[in-house]
Ligand binder design. Structure first.
Ligand SMILES: C[S@@+](CC[C@H](N)C(=O)[O-])C[C@H]1O[C@@H](n2cnc3c(N)ncnc32)[C@H](O)[C@@H]1O
Length: 253
């Protein structure tokens, strides 16, 4: 599939998803308002990954592939000067409506992560969740480095494909919220090579080893205990990060 076909099908898929969501959100703008904690705690990697950005007050921050725009709003509420982009006009419309419902001001732009319409060194921080695994990583990494100022930092949370059993389950088992585009694929250790070439100081941290059971069980006492157990296990045996569900990549420029 050519790069243009891939972008077109990503755009169609996400515009379609955004149209389905629009029925819920646009007829009830109360549902666009939210507390930071509701988003920071919706997955276990979000809060620690977000903390990795440090204090963003007054910084120029890019929300990369902003989708529904919840991170965009949280960044703006923390005093960042936020620019947010996405390939999908439908998701951008939802993100704009969410920013407005939550009373924050943000620059929204429709753009492709592999060809960013920003000058060199435009941002102090870049945030992205579940987006790099949709892109050509070599092109995305070069653009990312270009728009980050020297000394700047990017943090991305991405589905991780280092666990063969989990890959089998992702491919074969039905579970809620499983919609995927044809081209996205959880990042495997070897996919990180082009990122590491451009960001040699890249650091990686895995989340949800046993606690990935959360994906099918409602969070409760069992999942919380497994999360605590995971944290201890991953500290003692860092090599197990390879088998986690998600990975947080920290990319210092
Ligand atoms: C799984 S969603 C994640 C959205 C959001 N970051 C979040 O936390 O929910 C992936 C997003 O990446 C966007 N996307 C896919 N390919 C892209 C590209 N080449 N450039 C910019 N955005 C892209 C999609 O439109 C979609 O909004």
């Amino acid at each position: 599939m050519s790069a243009m076909d891939r972008l077109g099908s990503e755009q169609l898929f996400h515009d379609h998803q955004a149209r389905q969501r629009a029925d819920t959100f646009f007829h009830n703008s109360d549902r666009l308002r939210f507390e930071d904690a509701a988003w920071l705690d919706h997955e276990t990697w979000i809060r620690p990954a977000f903390a990795g950005l440090g204090d963003v007050a007054g910084l120029r921050v890019l929300d990369y592939g902003c989708g529904h725009g919840m991170a965009t709003v949280v960044l703006a509420r923390r005093g960042a000067r936020v620019t947010a982009f996405d390939l999908s006009a439908g998701y951008l419309a939802e993100a704009r409506a969410r920013a407005s419902a939550n009373g924050v001001s943000v620059d929204f732009i429709c753009a492709d992560g592999e060809h960013l319409p920003f000058a060199d060194g435009s941002f102090d921080r870049v945030w992205g969740n579940a987006v790099l695994h949709h892109l050509h990583l070599g092109r995305a990494a070069r653009e990312l480095r270009r728009v980050l100022r020297p000394g700047g930092l990017a943090v991305f949370c991405e589905p991780w494909g280092g666990n063969p059993l989990l890959n089998w389950a992702r491919a074969r088992l039905p579970y809620p919220g499983k919609g995927r585009t044809a081209d996205e694929s959880p990042l495997r250790p070897r996919d990180l090579r082009p990122l590491r070439q451009v960001f040699p100081r890249m650091a990686l941290c895995g989340f949800q080893l046993l606690s990935m059971i959360r994906r099918v069980l409602r969070p409760g006492r069992l999942t919380s205990s497994l999360e605590r157990f995971d944290a201890r296990l991953l500290r003692a045996f860092p090599a197990l990060q390879r088998f986690c569900r998600y990975v947080v990549l920290t990319l210092p420029r």
